[in-house]
Design a protein around this ligand. Structure first.
Ligand SMILES: C[S@@+](CC[C@H](N)C(=O)[O-])C[C@H]1O[C@@H](n2cnc3c(N)ncnc32)[C@H](O)[C@@H]1O
Length: 359
């Protein structure tokens, strides 16, 4: 298949990509190898996670590699000698990945052109990256089985409208979970994805420990450590719950509620986030996100927008810094959240938020 190409720089890699008009938002299927510049952040984060968690001779699978951008960057930008497999079932991708490996002079990459699920049914890897068009559900069981004990599974979902409750029935079908369209639906959507991953892992006597799970641009990303053992699976399932609401008050509890089942425990690992070191050439966007995640990691689940609390307590929307500062002054946990620039997380109840707003 012949098509025009161009060479771009991303991280430390030079990547040959098809020369096409690029639209914003999630990618669409095409016969041409896919490259989305907006997903650079996603690949930056994959490199960060590889830097923080992998060591010599660990194995990496970039399962849906397209141009090979993500796996190639992991091979180039980590000092350890990793064994990186770049896989894509599209033969045009296979050709382009092979050229990209040669262009960058990487000696620790291999290319395969298989259906990802067949690769996951036989191979075992210390890091499995799954970055599909749309929903990742058809690859999640395979990814849970193919990740080594203590290894990392990194799963992207771009079906955010489904997970956020715009297409309720599709969410129930795909993820076996009831979504809810709310101000905080992105956090619920991410938790539904994580809940699905947790249940898939448990089927194979595995548990998960979320390291870094987030929402940005048009996608969700769940990066989790996978642990083998029935006990790990049982303790993982204990972390599932449902959303309960009473007027503005919102909680995640084990009993059936208005949304769920979903992951009711932490989705950011504070110790892991502290251990992450940013390479100097990384974009500012990643350091801003890391700063927010580090702050948010100490907060309880769910958040309030300043608009919501203003409506409830008939006030002007408070400045975010003012409400966060005032709640902290009273001894509560209060932080910003990466989900929305106009929202805060807090351990204070709604009544206390109202009192603090009025003072
Ligand atoms: C969204 S793109 C991946 C983008 C890439 N990870 C990046 O960062 O640039 C999804 C890729 O998955 C490939 N793909 C889709 N279904 C597949 C399957 N069952 N097995 C292997 N590859 C598949 C497509 O050919 C496409 O290249």
């Amino acid at each position: 298949m012949s098509f025009e190409t161009e060479i771009i720089n991303e991280g430390l890699a030079k990547i040959e990509i098809p020369r096409v008009e690029r639209l914003r938002g999630p990618g669409r299927k095409s016969r041409l190898p896919f490259y989305n510049p907006l997903m650079r952040t996603n690949r930056d984060i994959s490199v960060l996670v590889a830097l923080a968690t992998l060591s010599d001779r660990d194995t990496v699978l970039d399962g849906l590699a397209a141009t090979g951008a993500s796996g190639l960057r992991i091979a180039l930008e980590t000092e350890d000698q990793l064994a990186v497999t770049l896989n894509d079932k599209n033969p045009a991708c296979h050709e382009l990945i092979t050229r990209n490996i040669e262009r960058n002079g990487t000696t620790n990459c291999s290319v395969t052109c298989e259906d990802l699920n067949s690769l996951l049914s036989t191979g075992r890897f210390d890091l499995v990256d799954v970055d599909p068009f749309g929903t990742p559900v058809r690859f999640i069981e395979g990814a849970m089985r193919a990740t080594t004990d203590g290894g990392i599974a990194a799963i992207t979902a771009t079906d955010t409208a489904v997970l956020c409750g715009s297409r309720k029935k599709a969410c129930i079908r795909r993820y076996g979970s009831r979504p809810r369209r709310t101000e905080y639906c992105h956090e619920l959507g991410l938790r539904i994805l994580l809940g699905y991953i947790a249940r898939a892992a448990a089927k194979f006597d595995r548990g998960i420990e979320p390291l870094l799970c987030f929402s940005t641009d048009h996608y969700f990303r769940a990066i989790v450590r996978v642990r083998k053992g029935a006990r790990k699976a049982d303790s993982t399932l204990e972390k599932l719950g449902h959303l309960h609401i009473q007027r503005l008050e919102r909680e995640l509890l084990p009993e059936t509620g208005v949304a769920g089942p979903l992951w009711a425990d932490a989705f950011l690992d504070a110790a892991f986030l502290e251990s992450v070191r940013l390479p100097s050439y990384f974009p500012h966007k990643v350091s801003k996100l890391l700063e927010l995640w580090r702050e948010e990691a100490s907060s309880p689940p769910l958040f309030y927008t300043t608009g919501e609390v203003a409506r409830e307590f008939l006030s002007e929307p408070p400045a975010l810094d003012r409400i966060v500062g005032a709640l902290r002054d009273e001894g509560f946990i209060a932080t910003r959240t990466h989900f929305r620039p106009d929202a805060f997380k807090t351990s204070a109840d709604v009544e206390t938020i109202g009192r603090v707003l009025r003072t």
